[in-house]
Design a protein around this ligand. Sequence first.
Ligand code: ADP
Length: 653
Amino acid sequence: MRKLLIANRGEIACRIIRTARRMGIATVAVFSEADAGAPHVRQADAAVPIGPAPARESYLVAERILEAARATGADAIHPGYGFLSENAEFAEAVRAAGLVFVGPSAEAIRAMGLKDTAKARMRAAGVPVVPGYMGEDQGLARLEQMAVSIGYPLLIKAVAGGGGKGMRPVADKSGFVEALLAAKREAASAFGNDSVMLEKLIRRPRHVEVQIFGDAHGNVVHLFERDCSLQRRHQKVIEEAPAPGLSSRLRHILGVAAVTAGIAIGYENAGTVEFILDLDDPDEAGDPKFYFMEMNTRLQVEHPVTEAITGLDLVEWQLRVARGEMLPLCQEAIEARGHAIEARLCAENPEAGFLPATGRLDRLAFPADARIDTGVAETTEVSIHYDPLLAKIITHGETRAAAIAALVRTLDQTVVEGVATNRAFLARLAAHPAFVAGDVHTGFIAEHREALLAGQPAPAAAVAAAAGAAMDGVGAGPGFARPFRLNLAAETHLALWEPTGTEHRLRLALVPGGLCARLADGEEVRLEGPPLAPAVHAGGAVVRPVLVPIAGGHEVRIDGQAWRFLAANPAWKSHSAAGPADGSITAPMPGRVLSVHVRPGEAVRAGDRLAVLEAMKMEHRLAAPFDGRVEAVHVAAGQQVGEGALLVEIARG
Ligand code: ADP
């Protein structure tokens, strides 16, 4: 293997280039028109344009990729994850062209490609699978009847599904048909296959998956497990290794089951066997029962946590196995040390149902001491065309607590400007006491939703730190007072406002070595050190907040919580900037209106479905923000709408 073409983009393309370069293998990037200036293009030794921005016209066009390989003399192709990575025809075409495909055989991809056939294979191999229906008969009568025999609640899953798409939980009989039709529509549009299967819904599940590796010589090993239970929209948000709180017996059994799955299909290269643990249903030893869910026949987004605990480079293993070498280590020689956690920093809006966000990255800064896998840079335009993942933040520690603390600190120090992200959400999630206690299950985010979205009231230390920075005139922005510390009178009165309008009044005084802030309630806080990274002595403890200048003030971050303080009262601005608390329902992103459910004049209750928008291959339900009456409907089903387009207007009452 001399020259490797990476049929992918973003962080994973950059990640693969890094290892290939270290191994002395030349690299070829491919890119769409939208990615002409992307980091993976700059980092590779050569780069080939493969078409317009939409993936189905570029990254998903097998012939273009093969052409690029021919044109550059590449002798191997790494598919990364997503795109063509689990496309058996592509793997076949690559090999038919005489190139190395860095991945498993087309047969193995096929065996695991559809969830129903995969389940059947696994059941035959003796691996437990979730009870349910996975038959060919997709008739409504048959599905309804099977639903009754499985029992509610249940889960409808697209057999060709992935990334949480085409999946719908159903609480009882009355919701079955609507959920079924929605799942089928989503599956047809995302995967071109609308077949579904039904599964018993596990009420308190954990997602635990095992990394396996096979070679062409019949060896299969596992590299321990990862817990990926923290999910939103059935997509992973935070992953860790090892899975917290599992008995060594269960960890061992899961490893054996995963290797059994790999052997059953003659697996080669990197793969992940996903299991679901039922926390409400213990086995005879008191461990939660587990079931095979699916197998991903490729490198996984969250592979870095496995690398962190094993000290191994999984991409190196992939390349070595692909060129015919034996697995570098046997099972007994693979060891895990410490604990690793990964958080997925995404361009998205947690407050708006985690909808992907777009825009131009103006600023992107990470602290130096964590592993950051990213494929974007300042000036990158985050578009609607691809996955919203901006970066993966990976920390490792001797203990889980140490890894979590490092992750929270890293998130506190991460700065992204220009695009909305889930940074603050991730930080609150990682710092949440229940997560720290290891109480993970896939309903975690929904269960703790309020605390994760809203955060806590600002503590004195945060207010004082913001005041100290304001007095020092660090930061910038319109309306920002810049009295410098040298000019500070013996005592200065200051007011700061949170964006919500909450006012904080305090008095600041110079004291030897720093500043002393006295808050309205009489609490005294001492500030020492640099204004943007001060040591804050409050209530007998010292905290070290991170301050990030924002327009008109500062964001103060402490232990995963963040608060914004402005030097001017936001209410002074014109009311238009105060945000539309009115009933104008607009498209959160460009997309197609699938259906409209209300008519002008109709009364609606808060939460009622108004319309369904299809965007980025997902269905987004738009709901009434409050009780009222429909004033106007501006769109019809089938219509294409731009971001911000006015769809429906609701009048309060
Ligand atoms: P996808 O391929 O779309 O990612 P998976 O089958 O891997 O779909 O499931 C994704 C997630 O959905 C799982 O991690 C789990 O949280 C949840 N899930 C899947 N099957 C079940 C089930 N039977 N009961 C409860 N939750 C489930």
